[in-house]
Design a protein around this ligand. Structure first.
Ligand SMILES: [Zn+2]
Length: 460
């Protein structure tokens, strides 16, 4: 018997009108499934939303499905667990391992921030509290239930789903959710048409509804040879006898940069500069990459070789000594947008020397130090002081883990017929809107751009 779908409803509780805080709720016949559970990041106004009460009681959610391990897709999980969520968190195996690394780091930062605020007493609250702690993350990890790609996971008689490779970061997946006889495809963050390390995203042919990210919905990535661009910056820094500082995201981007440097070294183009990975999170994430050779589209030989010439900096003492050292070298350190991490210590020592280079290799979110510098600010504040930016600034803009407008349109063209609606989330309004116009013009599909906390009743 065909069940009524009158109760089928989709709500956008995050990642709507912004690229952070992804949370989409699907409800049907009293069941609630949450796809992604991300943290709001960046501007204070957004971060404050992490402290607002969740729109529904967490213990009324039946299952959570994660597309991938980035904080803007999983970073709110410990709050939901703390507030009563009792169910499973479904994702792929690498996503579970990477999410643990990312959540622990997030908890540590929040604990440290709260402690600092209380010591210096600059919090407006009487006593600053972390949003969640390392202990909360440990409780959260018990809810994880990792699954293989392409397997059907049955939640109940009318809800099942599959996780399909989407080529964004290791373990990342589309969620192909069947609920009340309707098929929803959640893109998560969709990778490039030809990812550097991973297999390209799976082409999907049918869907009743698509929920598509639009981070780069208004952009076409430049068609430059990123390896040559990187080589130019390394050579320039080498010629200046300077230090090349690369703030990098621990997951995917760090491994990509190392892969590019490895290729350049194999081609005997790379000047002799020692490469250091000074990022505990980067080292941990790289260990996960080393475990899942079969999910990477490069040879085992390359995976084994590419990290051989990189020195992994583990202890704080080692890092401290390296920070003080002024000899030429390549440093890859977190965090990717310079909101914290060991990169700040390198900046503290080397930002005022024009021999050195600061190289951006990833998306810089609104409100971050990285965004300020890439937009031309030449004075930034860290460790409580304003500092002049005198080192060289370079930006590899073509490196991205997100498909651009044309890549997303290409991927959509594999659908054999139009979905009933395609929702565009995970984008700032100008990004989503630009993609909307393109989809309406090229594919003639029905497009919706949901506002934060908006709901849609799905009808027959
Ligand atoms: Zn992502």
């Amino acid at each position: 018997m065909k069940k009524s779908t009158n109760n089928l409803k989709i709500s956008f509780l995050g990642g709507a009108g912004t690229v952070t805080g992804s949370k989409t709720l699907i409800e049907s016949n009293g069941k609630r499934i949450l796809v992604d559970c991300g943290l709001f990041q960046g501007l204070k106004e957004l971060r404050n939303m992490n402290w607002a009460p969740f729109p529904i009681e967490p213990d009324t959610i039946d299952a959570i499905i994660l597309t991938h391990a980035h904080l803007d897709h999983c970073g709110y999980l410990p709050v939901l667990i703390k507030n009563g969520y009792k169910g499973k968190i479904y994702c792929t195996e690498p996503t579970e391992e990477l999410a643990q690394i990312i959540l622990l780091d997030s908890a540590k930062i929040q604990e440290e921030d709260a402690e600092r605020a209380n010591t210096h007493n600059y919090s407006k609250h009487p006593k600053a509290k972390p949003l969640y702690t390392v202990l909360d993350v440990q409780h959260t990890m018990k809810h994880f239930s990792s699954q293989s790609f392409n397997e059907t996971i049955v939640i109940d008689e009318e809800i099942s789903f599959q996780l399909l490779n989407n080529g964004h970061i290791l373990g990342s997946a589309f969620v192909d959710l069947n609920i009340a006889d309707k098929k929803f495809i959640f893109s998560g963050d969709i990778g490039r048409t030809e990812p550097m390390l991973l297999y390209p995203a799976k082409k999907i042919k049918t869907a009743d509804y698509i929920i598509l990210e639009s981070t780069y919905g208004d952009r076409i990535h430049p068609e430059t040879d990123v390896k040559e661009e990187l080589l130019k910056v390394v050579q320039e820094t080498y010629d200046n006898r300077g230090i090349l500082m690369i703030p990098s995201f621990a997951v995917e981007r760090t491994q990509e940069i190392i892969y590019l440097l490895y290729q350049l070294a194999e081609e005997e183009k790379l000047p002799k500069m020692q490469i250091y990975l000074d990022s505990p999170m980067g080292v941990n994430a790289t260990n996960v990459y080393n475990k899942y050779h079969e999910l990477q589209n490069i040879s085992n030989y390359e995976i084994n070789r590419m990290y051989e010439d990189v020195r992994f900096v583990n202890t704080y003492e080692e890092s401290k000594a390296l920070v003080m050292d002024k000899s030429p070298k390549i440093i890859i350190a977190g965090s990717g947008m310079m909101e914290g991490g060991r990169i700040l210590h390198y900046l503290n020592n080397h930002i005022d020397n024009d021999r050195n280079t600061l190289l951006f290799v990833g998306f810089q979110g609104e409100g971050t130090r990285g965004r300020a510098i890439t937009e031309g600010t030449r004075e930034i504040k860290f460790f409580g002081e304003y500092r002049k930016v005198r080192c060289q600034i370079r930006n590899l803009t073509s490196l991205s883990a997100h498909g651009d407008q044309s890549e997303m349109i290409e991927w959509l063209k594999h659908f054999e017929k139009a979905p009933k609606t395609i929702f565009l989330n995970h984008g700032e309004l100008h990004q989503s809107d630009s993609l909307r116009v393109k989809i309406e013009t090229e594919l003639k599909w029905e497009v919706e751009i949901p506002h934060l906390n908006s709901s849609y009743i799905i009808e027959e």
